[in-house]
Design a protein around this ligand. Structure first.
Ligand code: F6P
Length: 367
């Protein structure tokens, strides 16, 4: 009886999908909060892979010491291992198997009460499905540099990515101005233009091209010419990887087999600058910022937000509030039903105040 009473509640935490600045800050906050409240906590290595393979590791204060400013995730991550469609090699062939029972068995084996899933839409969808179809108790935490999750005003990682893109724009300005060139910066964001929009405004871009507003090449050229007529012999463009011309398609860079979301966008920036150079004769170049947006230390804002999310996720577990995602709403951390949070991507509303702000200061959105 005394032994039973002394039994500690046990929780697990995993990071899934692409990495993102602030993941370690969340892990640290989750682990500290559980330990502080007399619970045990296990880390799941490499996203849902570790859950299928049952390779959970007990965590203590030492496991999270010094990780707050570190980029990446100490737990490892992957965007390939979906337990409902898990790649298994049989006789030299890859076959996809439903491993949900193995996940449930592993959680039971470690006596895990609930799982904190730190992820974007792919991982949160898997978490929601585990909750719905397998009875796993899940609390989600909204991660992505893309800022495209519904039901939260901000995902952690976005601020850092936006700041990196802004710094890149500051640097591109000086070289563009010296060489009288058109410089395009292609940024990430998948089907949403949040990184392009915010960094474009912060970095003083002349033209911002978003997935939400298909662009006309003629409008882009008109803006460059207007600047020339005003004595500005250079122009700065921010182009989201998901931007597309009116009537055209998004530019697909590659297909990743076995990934939650196999399409990888990219390449639109180079296509655009070639057309600009052809039509205007102005030397034009493209820089693809790529993974620099995701790597490295999180900004102070992201460290704070990630810590608030981590504490709130652990607190939800402690009070037994499951199948929710922690979310930012009017600067308060609240919880929302995870299934809603894992629904369609949140895109930039084309009639929003921030787009109007851009237009009022003369930014061309290509329409
Ligand atoms: O969702 C985050 C993100 O960095 C997107 O902005 C980008 O399109 C994608 O992930 C890249 O994915 P991967 O790491 O698989 O190349």
């Amino acid at each position: 009886m005394a032994e039973e009473e002394a039994k500690k509640r046990r929780f697990a935490v995993l990071t899934g999908g692409g990495d993102c600045p602030g993941l370690n800050a969340v892990i640290r906050a989750v682990v500290k909060t559980f330990l502080q409240n007399g619970c045990e906590v296990y880390g799941v290595p490499n996203g849902f892979n570790g859950l299928v393979n049952g390779t959970l590791q007990k965590m203590d204060h030492g496991s999270v010491s010094g990780i707050l400013p570190r980029g990446g995730t100490v737990l490892g991550t992957t965007n390939r291992d979906n337990p409902f469609k898990f790649a298994v090699e049989t006789e030299g062939q890859i076959v996809y198997k439903d491993m949900r029972q193995q996940v449930v068995d592993n959680l039971n084996k470690y006596d895990i009460e609930a799982l904190v899933v730190i992820g974007g839409d792919g991982s949160l969808n898997i978490g929601a499905k585990l909750a719905r179809e397998c009875g796993v108790k899940v609390v989600g935490c909204p991660k992505t540099i893309d800022n495209d999750l519904p039901c939260t005003e901000r995902t952690f990682g976005f601020d850092t990515a936006m700041s990196m893109a802004t710094e890149a724009l500051d640097r591109l300005h000086t070289t563009a101005e010296s060489h009288h060139r058109v410089m395009a910066l292609e940024v990430m964001g998948r089907y949403a233009g949040w990184i392009a929009l915010h960094s474009g405004i912060a970095g003083g871009a002349d033209i911002i091209l978003l997935p939400e507003i298909p662009y006309k090449l003629d409008s882009v050229l008109a803006k460059i010419k207007e600047r020339q007529a005003n004595g500005k012999n250079f122009s700065i463009i921010v182009v989201a990887e998901g931007a597309k011309p009116v009537g055209g398609e998004m530019s697909v860079a590659r297909l990743v087999k076995g990934s939650f979301e196999p399409i990888r966008l990219g390449g639109i920036g180079e296509k655009l600058v070639r057309k600009i150079e052809e039509r205007t004769g102005i030397e034009s170049r493209c820089t693809v910022l790529g993974y620099l947006q995701r790597g490295g230390t999180p900004s102070a804002f992201d460290r704070v937000l990630a810590t608030r999310y981590g504490v709130a996720a652990a607190e939800a577990c402690l009070r037994g509030e499951y199948n929710v995602m922690v979310s930012l709403y009017h600067d308060e951390i609240v919880t929302v039903y995870i299934q809603r949070a894992a629904s369609e991507a949140r895109r930039v509303p084309v009639d929003s105040e921030i787009i109007r702000t851009g237009r009022q200061i003369g930014i061309c959105f290509g329409d």
